[in-house]
Design a protein around this ligand. Sequence first.
Ligand SMILES: [Mn+2]
Length: 295
Amino acid sequence: MSDLPAVLSFLGVQDPFERAAVAVLPVPYDLTTTYQPGARFGPRAMLTASLNIELFDEQLRWDASEVGIHTSAPLEPLASGPQAMIPQIAEAVRTLLRAGKFPVVLGGDHSVSIGVFEALKDTWEQVTILQFDAHADLREAYQGSPYSHASVMARAREAFDCVQVGIRSWSQEEEESLWEEPDRVVTAQEVEANGEAAVDRLLKVLGDPVYVTIDLDCLDPSVMPSTGTPEPGGLTWRMLIRLLRAVAEKRHVVGFDATELSPIPGLVAPDYLAARLVYKMIGYVFHARRQLGSR
Ligand SMILES: [Mn+2]
C-alpha cells in the first residue's frame, strides 16, 4: 500500500502549517476513562474515516477545506497521568493559538479538554465554554483525580462562563451545582421536546466568543454507540448539527474539540459520523466568517 500517507491527516488534506487556518491536533489519551476504555483509539479512527468524506459540504454548498487544514503529529500520551498530560496539551494548543490557528482537538477522553481550557485562559480574557455532553462532568474530583473526564466542567467553571447542552445524567453531588444557574443548562429532553425553541434559548444565554467542547456521548447511542459511557435519550445527528450551525453563525467560535470516540472494531459508522461532525463544524465556523467578514 504505497499510497498511504506518512502522517494520517484529517480529510487526507495536509496544507502547510503557515497556510492553514485550521490546526487539527490528535490527542490519543484515555487514562481517565472509567467504563469502556478505548478513546485513545479515537483520533486514529476519526482521521481514517475522514479520508472518505466528501470535501464539498452539501448544506453550505462549499468546500470548506479551502481554508487550509493542517494536522499535527499526535500528542504522545504520557503514562504518568493527567497531571503531566494536561500541561503538555495546554502548551500544544497555546502554540496553535499564538500562531493564529483555529484549534480542532481530537480526543482522547474528555479530560483532554482541561488542557485546552488552560491554553484558552492565557489567550482570551473572556470566553464561554459550550459543552455538548450526556453528563454534567461537574464532580470536584473522580477516582481521586481533579483532572478526570467526570470533572471537566468543574474545572471549566473555575475560569469561564459555561453552558451545558444535551445533559441527561448527573450524580447527587452534581445536582446542586448543575442547577446553580438553570438557564445555562439545556437538557437532552428539552432539545427533544422542541429543538427550535432549544436553539433560541441557547442563543439567549450563550456569551461571545465561544469555545465548543463536544463529548460525542451527547448523541444518542443509536447513532453513536462508540463511546465510553453510551447514555440513552441523546441528541439526534440533525439536532446536534442544527445547534452547532446556529452557534457558529451567531457567535465567534474560537476553537472546538471532539472527544470520547471509543471505536468498536468493525463498526465504522460512528467513526465516520465523528469525522463528519468535525468537518461540519469547521465548515459552519468558516462559512459564517466568510459571510460576515472577520469579526
Ligand atoms: Mn460524557
